[in-house]
Design a protein around this ligand. Structure first.
Ligand code: NAD
Length: 435
């Protein structure tokens, strides 16, 4: 199959590369020339496990090409995936300008039957929106095309694995011809496919993300009560998760969710509701709970130190979750901002997000080459991302290096008993320690 993927971000690049890996001829298009030049040389602009080797493998086999020419991408392919960004506007509305721009160009260059696939997360009704824009921009109105919705469920950090091992592939289509083509593309993935109309497919994406985010904010509120009443949220979550109706995933209490998707998609769902004359009450609260939760370590520090001016804080982990260098909406950004406004001195380390952090945060804090350098001379170590390597730290060495053996574990990921035995003061989230 000849496929074009427009947008080489987390979703587009991973989708395009995986589709090439299973034997399709794939053209990846992006407006960012620097990205495209790097990709032509086999250098991905993002970190995802196995992605670089797969890109190079498929470049070598000539199945994967990178270009800034959407015209080439449209004319040379039968199926065009739109995987550009849909960021929130300042008023919380979904910014559809990138999708609209691509749809216009597809209309301009369309030269025969195409399946146009909305892979970006887009509001309900967007398949129709894209269809209208393409049609309006076509010179030859007799050319046929279909627009389908195929929302993406990959998780950053495990994006390649998720693409080949997802729980479901959702195809929202009103055209049998397009549905058959989509089935053909995905049949070798061996993942259950759900065929719906485009509106349901679009809603499935928002409803799924909002539900997962709700689970996180729910357990975080349980954690906040646990620490007031002497209960341990880890035990509570375990006890809840054994119940198959609840399940044990997304029940880790901590400093909340971040990333480009959950906050944005919740706002998107609220907008979809508003536009339909319905006010979503639950998800509004989910966001409020998360906003408060992500700066919880700062509140704990304010209680512990009184005044944070001049306090040396060592931060372990900056990305919004392990396995990615993505800092979009990362709780670390909010924690750092609060700490800096209180006058704390910050040293930080993250296994792979340091370069991105320098771009986003600038030189207002010290970037360290390893976790031991980061904790040297610290009055408190604050863990914000649950990278596996932090669990394996030599905490005897850490204790030698710090001023005060105090740890705030924002992800409840460290072994509290072992740390307390080593002489650390340890505070997690909702562990019944009145932190
Ligand atoms: P991203 O910001 O990482 O990448 C978007 C890319 O599109 C950028 O490289 C940008 O240069 C390019 N682009 C913008 N306008 C373009 C145009 N006119 N022509 C060609 N390229 C253009 O975004 P992302 O994280 O990959 O997300 C893409 C979409 O997928 C969003 O709607 C997002 O909500 C959704 N999504 C993201 C994830 C995730 O984990 N990141 C998961 C599921 C769904």
């Amino acid at each position: 199959m000849r496929i074009t993927v427009v947008g080489t971000g987390y979703v587009g690049l991973v989708t395009g590369t995986c589709l090439a890996e299973i034997g399709n001829e794939v053209i990846c298009v992006d407006v960012n020339e620097e990205k495209i030049n790097k990709l032509r040389n086999g250098i991905p602009p993002i970190y995802e496990e196995h992605l670089e080797e797969m890109i190079n493998n498929n470049l070598a086999k000539n199945r994967l090409k990178f270009t800034t020419s959407l015209e080439r991408g449209v004319k040379l392919s039968d199926v065009i995936f739109i995987a550009v960004g849909t960021p929130p506007k300042s008023n919380g509305q979904i910014d559809m300008s990138q999708v609209d721009e691509v749809a216009k160009s597809i209309g301009k260059y369309i030269n025969g039957y195409k399946v146009i696939v909305n892979k970006s997360t887009v509001p309900v009704g967007s398949a129709n929106r894209v269809k209208n824009i393409v049609y309006l921009n076509m010179k030859d109105k007799s050319i046929e095309f279909d627009v389908v919705s195929n929302p993406e469920f990959l998780r950053e950090g495990t994006a390649v694995f998720d693409t080949f091992n997802g729980d479901r592939i959702v195809i929202g289509s009103n055209s049998e011809k397009a549905t058959e083509i989509m089935k053909e593309i995905y049949e070798s993935f061996n993942i259950p496919m759900l065929i719906t109309n485009p509106e349901s497919a679009e809603m499935i994406k928002y409803a799924s993300n909002a539900f997962l985010a709700t689970k996180i904010s729910f357990i975080n509120e349980i954690a906040n009560v646990c620490e007031r009443v002497g209960a341990d949220v880890k035990e509570v979550a375990k006890g809840m998760g054994i119940d198959k109706r609840i399940g044990n995933k997304f029940l880790n209490a901590g400093i909340g969710f971040g990333g480009a998707c959950f906050p944005k998609d919740i706002k998107g769902l609220m907008q979809i509701g508003n536009d339909a004359g319905y006010e979503f009450k639950i998800v509004k609260k989910v966001l409020e709970v998360n906003n408060a939760q992500r700066i919880k370590p700062v509140e704990m520090l304010r209680r512990l130190f009184g005044n944070l001016n001049g306090v040396n804080v060592s931060i372990l982990g900056l990305s919004f979750k392990p396995g990615t260098d993505d800092l979009r909406e990362a709780p670390s950004l909010y924690v750092i901002k609060e700490l800096q406004s209180d006058g704390a001195n910050i040293k930080a380390y993250d296994p792979i997000a340091m370069e991105n952090a320098k771009l986003v945060i600038g030189n207002s804090m010290t970037y360290c080459n390893d976790p031991y350098e980061a904790v040297e001379g610290s009055d408190v170590v604050v863990l914000l991302t649950e990278w596996a390597e932090f669990k394996k730290l030599d905490f005897n060495r850490v204790k030698e290096l710090v001023n005060r053996p105090l740890i705030i574990d924002g992800r409840n990921t460290l072994d509290s008993n072992s740390l307390k035995e080593k002489g650390f003061e340890y505070f997690g989230i909702g562990l019944g320690d009145a932190s």
